[in-house]
Design a protein around this ligand. Sequence first.
Ligand SMILES: [Zn+2]
Length: 155
Amino acid sequence: MRVGRPVKPLPHPDCDYCGVPATLARSDDEVYPYRDDHGPLWVCAPCQAWIGVFPRSTRQVPLGRLADAALRDLKTKLHAALEPLAQAKVRRDACNIFEARAKGLKWLAQQIGADPVKPSIHSLDAAQCERAIAILEEFARTRQNNPSENAWDER
Ligand SMILES: [Zn+2]
C-alpha cells in the first residue's frame, strides 16, 4: 500500500556545542561572522560556531556540523594536508582534482571510522579531524620514501 510521501522537514541544525538550534544568517545580519558575503550560514552566536550551506541549495541544507574556532582551524589544516596529496594523484593518474579529493576523503573516512558514503570535511568533529591530519602526515612521510605508493587507490 502506498501512503503519501512524508514531507521532508526543512533542515535545521542544532549547535554541536550548546545544543541550541542554529540561526540562518545572511551577510547583512548582525550575527553574520564575515565581512564579505560567503553565502547563508547556520550560526550559533554564543558559541561563535557556524557552517555554510550547499551551493545552490534552496533548502539551506547545512554542509555539515557547526564548527567553532578550533574546529574551523582543524578543517583548514586538514584541507592543507589533503591538497598536496590530491594534486599528486591528479598528476600521476590524470584524474580531475574533484575526483582525487573525493577518493582521498573516502579513504580517510574509512581510516578514522567516519561515514565513507558521503565523506566531507565538514561532517568531521575535532577528534576526527585530528586523527585524519595525523594519518595524512604519516602517509606523506611514507610516500616520500615510496613515491609510487598511494593508499587511496582501490585494491
Ligand atoms: Zn552553541
